[in-house]
Write a protein that binds this ligand. Structure first.
Ligand code: PLP
Length: 348
């Protein structure tokens, strides 16, 4: 066997910030319990690591998208409540019957499939105006869920990060379903929905983005802490002069002598091309801007203000999510979930 050396890029993950974000969201959820959406491998951070830390902080309810993701967190979430947001297909049924995990039934077909397999504890998604996954309020009125052992009846807000009438409209359609099913709990709010206020919290909230440092609405600004910082190793330091181009398509041409550091990080690592000419790294207080295009595996930074940096040193990439989203033109969600698998993940 060959030995794999440590990767030249790593994600610094701040456990204290993650749990502080969950506590802030739990407090904003009022009397409702606060869960955690850990789908998409914990929004790119590593789902099992996230579950362990949030469980230690007191979180009891976790949400994944697929049964494969439920299997991934089975050990970390042993004894805790886990629900699979995409429900249950025929292909999932053997796993779904074997695991102590609930499907979030989202279509009449899924409800029938779950009943035919013998039923048991489940959740149900009802559509209240987003027209994504969910059974309709009319289906429920017609008896679709009668006799089903529902733990949580949930719905999802389409525009909670905006101030639009659809928020209150969805809320009131959902509130009208209280007592119409056997559900033990009602759940509506994601991260942005929690910011909308206590009216939206019901019995259980389901934040994702804000746990990981995303700021979905102004109410969370200043309260939510950055969790993820990519760091990449310098592979080469070089000096260029006036007129010298840098990187693919020579989009940058120096107008003065410059010091550059080429680091092991690129769009294949989720450091997307939108950071070309807009992103930055840090060395102490110095801001080191991206020079030229981000390539697949490499990015170049100007290190004029960091004379001490040498080949083999590490750069911390600016990754405050609201700022990085504005720089790159990607959403905060995309920036997290595309981070990829080449990082060594270091929880601190
Ligand atoms: C992803 C998701 C969440 C979490 O949403 P955030 O905006 O990341 O807080 C909650 N509920 C459902 C149904 C989801 O799909």
């Amino acid at each position: 066997m060959f030995q794999t050396p440590p990767a030249p890029l790593r994600l610094r993950l701040d456990s204290a910030a993650l749990t502080a974000n969950w506590r802030w969201l739990a407090e904003r959820s009022g009397a409702a319990r606060c869960g955690a959406a850990v789908k998409a491998d914990g929004y790119g951070l590593g789902a099992a690591g996230v579950v362990e830390r949030l469980a230690a902080a007191g979180c009891r309810d976790f949400f994944v998208a697929t049964w494969g993701e439920a299997v991934q967190i089975a050990d970390a979430a042993a004894g805790l409540s886990v629900a699979v947001l995409h429900g249950v297909r025929d292909e999932d049924m053997a796993t779904a019957r074997a695991m102590p995990v609930r499907p979030v039934l989202a279509t009449p077909e899924q409800v029938r499939r779950w009943r035919d397999a013998g039923g048991g504890a489940c959740d149900v998604m009802v559509d209240t105006g987003m027209n994504r996954l969910g059974v309709s309020a009319a289906d429920i009125a017609a008896g679709l869920l009668d006799g089903l052992a529902i733990d949580t009846l949930m719905s999802h807000l389409a525009c909670a990060d905006e101030d639009v009438p659809l928020n209150a409209a969805q809320r009131s359609v959902f509130a009208a379903l209280a007592g119409r099913t056997a559900a033990r709990r009602l759940s509506l709010a994601n991260s942005a929905g929690i910011c909308l206020g206590a009216d939206y919290a019901f019995d259980l909230t389901r934040p994702g983005l804000a746990l990981y440092g995303g700021v979905p609405r102004g109410e969370a600004a200043g309260a939510i802490r950055q969790v993820v910082t990519p760091e990449a190793q310098i592979l080469q330091r070089r000096r260029i002069g006036p007129g010298d181009p840098v990187g693919y398509n020579s989009t940058f041409v120096a107008d003065r002598p410059m010091e550059l550091a080429v680091v092991n990080l690129g769009y294949a690592d989720g450091y997307l091309r939108g950071f070309s000419g807009t992103g930055a790294a840090r060395a102490g207080d110095a801001r080191l801007p991206v020079i030229g295009r981000v390539s697949m595996d490499l990015t170049t930074f100007c290190v004029d203000d960091a004379p001490e940096l040498a080949e083999g040193d590490w750069l911390a990439i600016d990754f405050d999510l609201p700022t990085a989203a504005a720089q790159s033109g990607q959403s905060q969600y995309e920036l997290l979930t595309v981070l990829g698998r080449r990082y060594r993940r270091l929880w601190g």
